[in-house]
Structure formats: C-alpha cells, structure tokens
Design a protein around this ligand. Structure first.
Ligand code: UDP
Length: 241
C-alpha cells in the first residue's frame, strides 16, 4: 500500500520511480480516464491559494514527488518519501518501457514545432515507440473541439500535456472524461527539454538538489519564481508546528 503524505493540503504519493511506472501500468490496464500530476514545491505552493488546483491534485490518481523541495517537505514533516520522481524522468521511464508494452503516446503542448521535435527525439532514443499524434499548446477556446477530437481519435494510452502549471492540470481535469485516454500527465517543460530548446541541469547539480537554481539562471524570466522556494519552506515549517 502506497502512503500519501499531505503537504500544504495536497496528498502526494510516497512512490519510487519504479512504483510510479507500475501505477501508470495499472491505470492503463484499468482503462478508465485517469490523471497523474507531478508535484514540485511551486505547484504545492500555488495550490495553497488556488482552491481549484488543490481540488484537482487531490482528485488525481497519482501525484508524484517532483523535485527536492517536495521530498524535503515530506521528510521534514516526519514522513517517508523514498526519492524524487521528476516529471521529465517519469516520462523517459515510461517511454523506455512503452515499445515492449505497446503503449501509444500523444504529445500536446509547447510552442509550434516543439512537440514534433520531442517526438523525433523519443523515436531516436526509444526504438519502436509509437507517438500517434502531436499538437502545439497555443490555441483559442474555439480550437478546443478540434483538439479534443484529434486526441480522442488517436486512441493513445498516455497523453502528455505541456501547457504549464496550473493550465495543464485544469485543462485535463475539464476534458479527461471526454478524451477517453487511460492516463493523462501534466508535464510542464518536458517537451522543451526533449526538443533541446531548454537544457536540463547537469547531473551534479541535480544531485546537489540545485536543479531549480539552474533553471532560474538559464531562463532569467523565471527568476521571480525562485521566491516560491523560501515561501514553500516557511509554510511547510508552519504546517509542522
Ligand atoms: N505552454 C503552452 N501553452 C500555453 C502556455 C505554456 O503550450 O498557453 C507551454 C510552454 O511553451 C512550455 C510549457 O507550457 O513548453 C510550460 O513550461 P514550464 O517549464 O514553464 O512549465 P512549469 O514550470 O509551469 O511546469
């Protein structure tokens, strides 16, 4: 039985990467539309002042501990949290095992051309992978029926949605039943990294739990978002006392 640890009002699953992949497999086998979220510190902090996001995360079928901040928070609260399961890494693990299991992917989101580049990269890395559709993430409400019909008719097993937080979670929650895709995952900047547009932090920085600092350095427009971290630490500390 996987424990769920409540961090700032959001229940996060205390899973390892292996368990997260197993859970996704179960959800695909079950066949009902389900949702997976990757909770990093910023998302958990956003959920404290976005009740809709909090409700959606608590209704998700799997919430993985994305980022050192989430793992730290659980442990600080005296709970078990085996390891970090970053959204990007989860996508790579799923893509790795997908050909053997005949799982099909649909990539929705990011700027025009990026999901196609991510598709090419996946096909290069994971031999035999089936990516049955792509669609960029810049659209008007009037385009949604066509996007929904494109995703639905792809009959993918896994839908990856990269629209940023909380847009991707809200969009998925609204449409997942209509889409009829077994597993949908909000994956943030994953396609940008796969396409080579945005770099992932070097391994030593990831290990030193400094990935957030690397991202802020690379995209200065994100630097303001760094303030989320001390706020997150402060709020988690208050939750404890
Ligand atoms: N994006 C999109 N449509 C939008 C807004 C954003 O497709 O209306 C994409 C954007 O191009 C990027 C991703 O969503 O590929 C968000 O990446 P980010 O690293 O900001 O993710 P977050 O940190 O919010 O998870």
């Amino acid at each position: 039985m996987i424990e769920r640890v409540e961090i700032l009002g959001v229940k996060v699953d205390a899973v390892t990467m292996t368990q997260a992949v197993e859970r996704v497999e179960e959800l695909i086998c079950a066949g009902e539309p389900s949702m997976v979220a990757t909770a990093n510190a910023e998302m958990l902090l956003n959920a404290t002042h976005d009740a809709e996001l909090k409700r959606i995360l608590n209704a998700a079928d799997l919430v993985v501990p994305d980022g050192a901040g989430t793992v730290w928070a659980a442990r600080h609260l005296g709970k078990q949290m085996p390891e970090r399961v970053a959204g990007f890494d989860l996508v790579q693990e799923l893509m790795k095992v997908a050909p053997a299991r005949a799982w099909k992917f649909f990539l929705f989101g990011a700027a025009p051309g990026i999901a196609d580049k991510a598709k090419l990269k996946a096909e290069e890395l994971y031999h035999g992978i089936e990516i049955v559709g792509t669609r960029n993430g810049y659209f008007k409400p009037a385009d949604e029926p066509e996007i929904i019909s494109q995703i639905k008719s792809s009959r993918a097993d896994i839908l990856l949605v990269a629209l940023g937080v909380p847009k991707q979670e809200k969009w998925l929650f609204k449409y997942k039943d209509e889409l009829q895709i077994p597993v949908s995952i909000g994956v943030g900047g994953t396609f940008d990294v796969m396409a080579g547009v945005v770099k992932r932090a070097p391994l030593w920085m990831q290990k030193a739990r400094l990935e957030w600092l690397f991202r802020a350095m690379l995209q200065p427009s994100r630097a303001g978002r760094l303030l989320a971290l001390p706020k997150f630490v402060w709020k988690v500390h208050n939750q404890k006392s």
